[in-house]
Structure formats: C-alpha cells, structure tokens
Design a protein around this ligand. Structure first.
Ligand code: EPZ
Length: 427
C-alpha cells in the first residue's frame, strides 16, 4: 500500500494551483441524470471519488467520456449523457466506498420516477444518517421505504408534486438531493434552513444553466419551480475552498508564503479570518489569495458551523497549525460527532491536545517530531501532512488512499513549493 514520506523543516514558498472542488463535483455529476442531453463538466479534479462516481453513473446507463487532457494537466473535462436510464439501482458495493453516492437518489427519482439506493452507512467521522434526505423527498411527495439495507423511493405516476420542508439541521447533502429532485417536480418546492455552502450555489448555478427555475440562491430559503424538462449544459466546477485552506495551513506552519492560484477569497471568509487572527498575512487578489506567515502564530478559539461559519472540513488542518501557536487554542466541532481522529496521531508527533467531548484544547509546542502515523479519514490525513511539514525528522503517513479522495496530486503541488515529500510504493 502506498505511503507518503515527509522530511520536515523546509520553508514553503511559491504558487499552488487550486483544483476543482471535490464537494461540488460530487453533486454536479449526478445532474447528468436530469436530462437526456449531454452535460459537460470542466475543471473536474482527478480524484478517486470522481472515478467512483463515473463508474456509478455507468451503472445507470449514463455514457461518460473524458476529454483529452495531458497527464501533467490539472483537472479533467468529462461529458456525461443519460440518453436512457437503464437501471435505477445504486448497489451496496459502490455506495459503501463513496457516501456521496446517496446524491443519485433525488435525480433518479425526478427523472425515472424511482430509485433504489443502498444505505451508505457511517464512516470514521460519524454515523452520517440520511434521514433528512428521505424526509425532504417525502415532503415533495415521494414514497420512501427502507428494506434490506436499501432505500426504495418512488414518485407518483405524474411525477413528484413538490412541497415545503424546513430542515431541523442544516444538511449539505439533503439540500442537494432536494434541489435536484425539485428542479423536475410538477409543482413548486420551498426549502427552509437550506444549506448555503458555495457548493450549493455551484449546484444551483448549474441547474439554472440547464433550465431550472430557482429563487433564493445562496440564501437559506430556496424556492424551486419545477419545469417539465432540463437540457444539457457545459459548466466549470468551482475551485476547492477546502484544498485552498489546507495549503494555506501547510505554508503557514513552515513560516512560508503561498499563492493559492484560483482560490476565491469570498468563498473562504471564515477560514481567512481565522488565519488573520492567528497572525498570518492574507492578501486576496483577482485570481487567487496569497497567504504569508511572517510573525509567530497566535492561539485562537474556533468553532465549526454551517456556512458562512467555519467549515468543519477545515478543523483538522487548522488544529495542526495551532499545534505550533503561542499559547492555548480551543476548537469546538459542532457538526460531526467524531471528527478528532487526528488528535492521537498529532499527539504522537509531540503535540499537546486534550479532547473533552466536542471541544479540543491545543497547547502550542515549540517543536513537533516526525513519526510513522496513520491516516483515518480525508481531512485528518491532511492535518498529519501539515504537521509533518513542520516536524523535525521524518514522518511516514500510511493509508494514504484517504488523501487521494480529496487532494489532487498533493505531493507534486507541495514539492513545487519546496516540500521534501514523496510517495513510495507499498511493500
Ligand atoms: C458534506 O457532507 C460534505 N461532503 C462533507 O465533506 C462536509 O463535512 C459536510 O457536508 C458538512 O459541510 C460532500 O459534500 C460530499 P451534512 P454531508 O448533511 O452532506 C447530520 C469532506 O471532508 N445529518 O451537511 O454528508 C450529519 O450527521 C467531507 O470533504 C443528519 O442528521 O454533510 C452531520 O452531523 C466530510 N441527517 C450534519 O447533519 C441527514 O440526513 C451535517 O451533515 C444528513 C445529515
């Protein structure tokens, strides 16, 4: 199994191209099911999850073609076409490997009137229920039953009527399923307390490009007037705000400076505010964001929250950075129930982090030491890379398939700005 070796201590400096957003791509791809015309997505990141989703779409009879792109290019162009949907079943062996597969539920239901999707099950960061996905689709008129580990959803003969639903908890995925299903509903759907993440806006923008009628984009109250059909489109995936924030932390922990080329500052306000509070210099410009660490890092208090609050997907990476801050920082994870899997591994590298329920107290230390560490989930893996970049000695990161799910060509991007990092084949 591949692993990554990092020899810490190098100061990072230079340009890092930011790839297309994984969490946008994973909701844009299933939109191909909503029309029989071709959907072309540009700037798709080269990630394991994108490949898995392509395979899942093929299961439904969707043709997929990757436009010619040189191996050295970042991102890919994929054209998908659901001329006819030949199956509406998302099998367990695919869904269990990629939770985002649940995002085919809404589109299949809207286009084909039915869907049978394996329950995704939990993952390292939590049990990840899908009750809100099911409740909002029921509110729109779907008939939902759960049997033998699968969700079976069906729409009335004339199609989904549409309806009104107030989310008790902000859910990115449930909002996405609802938006895709509502776009082809017979009537109007009103979503209250909907997620407002930039990836939701990206999805709404694509749906509108395909002919959907959506009001309140970017707000927590969204109204979707169903239309009889949607047409194809060509659309560019937004840049990955979490990847950009992750590399800002990587440069900062080495006392370096980085130009996050393509990052959109207005989509990562809370992260940039946290970095500024920690003493970093942050300079947004037309085509990206520059971040430089030219002063000692200050301890801060951070709480994760639904957008526009601080992204839970940035918690582990910011925690790694705070291990080197002056003083004690306090982080509170309010979204997932088990998103501190990186803490024991960071402590093995010399950090002093105590966890009490949803709160972690990070006591800054002068030095971290390299060690063999274990990746447990995507963002925890990145926090260990960040710590390794500043640690004295060598850090060996195992189970790096987690990283490959969310970071396109990570070693190359970090090597290009001076990191001593390499991927070595498994034994
Ligand atoms: C999306 O997951 C992202 N994944 C996650 O990114 C991200 O952490 C999360 O949103 C929050 O921003 C993708 O977009 C593919 P939620 P999602 O539904 O949609 C509870 C990463 O590292 N909940 O907003 O699954 C849930 O348990 C990944 O890139 C229910 O209770 O997240 C959680 O506590 C990790 N019932 C909270 O809501 C439901 O039906 C937020 O979950 C759905 C969710």
């Amino acid at each position: 199994m591949d692993r990554i070796i990092i020899r810490g201590g190098n100061r990072l400096s230079g340009r890092i191209p930011i790839s297309g957003a994984k969490n946008s791509a994973l909701t844009l791809i299933p939109c191909a099911l909503l029309t029989d015309e071709p959907l072309t997505l540009r700037n798709l990141p080269r990630l394991a999850d994108i490949d898995s989703f392509q395979h899942l779409m093929n299961q439904f009879g969707v043709s997929t073609a990757i436009a010619g792109s040189r191996p050295e290019d970042f991102g890919r162009v994929m054209t998908l076409q659901a001329t006819r949907i030949t199956s509406t079943v998302a099998p367990y062996d695919i869904v269990r490997k990629m939770r985002a597969s649940i995002l085919v539920l809404g589109p299949l239901l809207a286009r084909a009137g039915e869907a049978t999707v394996s329950l995704p099950g939990g993952c390292a960061i939590g049990n990840r229920p899908i009750d809100l996905h099911l409740k909002v689709l029921e509110a729109m008129g779907a008939d939902i039953e759960i049997a033998a580990g699968y969700v079976r959803a069906s729409a009335p003969d004339g199609g989904l009527p549409g309806g009104t639903y107030s989310f008790p908890v902000v859910s990115v995925g449930a909002t996405e399923n609802a938006l895709m299903a509502a776009s082809l509903a017979q009537g109007t759907t009103i979503l209250r307390n909907a997620a407002r993440e930039p990836e939701i806006i990206d999805l709404c923008n694509l749906l509108v490009e395909m002919g959907a009628d959506i009001e309140g984009i970017g707000t927590s109250d969204i109204t979707i007037h169903g239309v009889p059909r949607l047409h194809g489109a060509t659309y560019e995936v937004m840049p990955d705000r979490i990847e950009a924030g992750s590399y800002a932390c990587a440069a900062a922990i080495t006392g370096g400076d980085v130009d996050l080329v393509g990052a959109r500052a207005n989509e990562m306000d809370a992260t940039l505010e946290a970095l500024i509070e920690m003493g970093l210099h942050v300079e947004p410009y037309k085509k990206g964001v520059k971040v430089a660490a030219n002063a000692p890092l200050k301890a801060v208090r951070l709480n994760t929250a639904p957008y526009p609050g601080l992204a839970t997907d940035m918690q582990a990476q910011l925690m790694a950075l705070l291990c080197k801050a002056d003083g004690n920082s306090v982080l509170t994870e309010t979204i997932f129930e088990n998103r501190y899997m990186h803490v024991p591994e960071l402590n093995r590298m010399g950090a002093h982090i105590d966890v009490d329920g949803h709160t972690a107290v990070v006591r800054g230390v002068d030095r971290l030491t390299g060690a063999p560490v274990m990746a447990t989930d995507l963002r925890a893996s990145m926090s260990l890379v960040i710590a390794g970049l500043a640690a004295e000695g060598q850090t060996e990161l195992n189970r790096i398939y987690h990283l490959d799910r969310g970071y396109e060509r990570l070693e190359e991007k970090l090597q290009a700005v001076g990191a001593d990092i390499e991927r070595v084949g498994g034994d």
